[in-house]
Design a protein around this ligand. Structure first.
Ligand code: 9YT
Length: 170
């Protein structure tokens, strides 16, 4: 049966050349910290083993960035999860996180760490739902307090979510 690939969301690792469009996606979400375009180019170049892009009809509609902690490589720190407003509630964030965890780059990961601000309900659902679905322990502790952010800005606190231990022996 012919599959209409025009409507399928495809998932792939980012490349440096995707940086500008990822920067646009993050800016469009209006909920995440917009890093420099250079940062997203760098992620696509040096950290792309643990990042993923969701693309539909040649439009970047999702992005997840992560890296294995240099001080504890068994921990995967998930930095940002973004889905275009036009593509929410379609399971794209869960597909990106699951795809990332199933990648050989995440072999041996035993903990996922991430920070999720109180207003980021979608990411809260994503990570706690991931833990619950896989019966993995999860804790939410003090992460980065609002006071750590520059004076005069209205940045929310960033509680630390720790999911694990689990065995990711893909
Ligand atoms: C999981 C996630 O997207 N966290 C966001 C952390 C922070 N507010 C940022 O946007 O980088």
């Amino acid at each position: 049966m012919a599959v209409n690939t025009k409507t399928q969301v495809v998932y792939r690792k980012p490349e440096a050349k995707d940086g500008a469009r990822v920067w646009e996606l993050i800016g469009d979400t209006g909920t995440l910290d917009l890093n420099s375009a250079y940062c997203y180019i760098l992620l696509g170049d040096y950290f792309n083993d643990t990042c993923m892009i969701a693309e539909q009809d040649d439009k970047i509609v999702g992005f997840i960035s992560a890296f294995r902690s240099p001080r504890n490589p068994e921990t995967l720190f998930v930095w940002q999860v973004a889905v275009a407003s036009s593509h929410r509630r379609q399971g794209i964030a869960k597909a990106m996180l699951t795809g990332l965890m199933n990648d050989k780059a995440c072999h041996g990961v035993r903990f996922i760490e991430t920070t999720v601000s109180p207003s980021n309900k979608a990411s809260r659902r994503l990570f706690l739902g991931f833990a619950e679905e896989k019966s993995i322990p999860s804790t939410v502790t003090v992460g980065y307090g609002a006071e750590m952010f520059p004076g005069g800005t209205s940045h929310e606190e960033e509680p630390l979510f720790v999911i694990g231990p689990f065995f990711n022996d893909i």
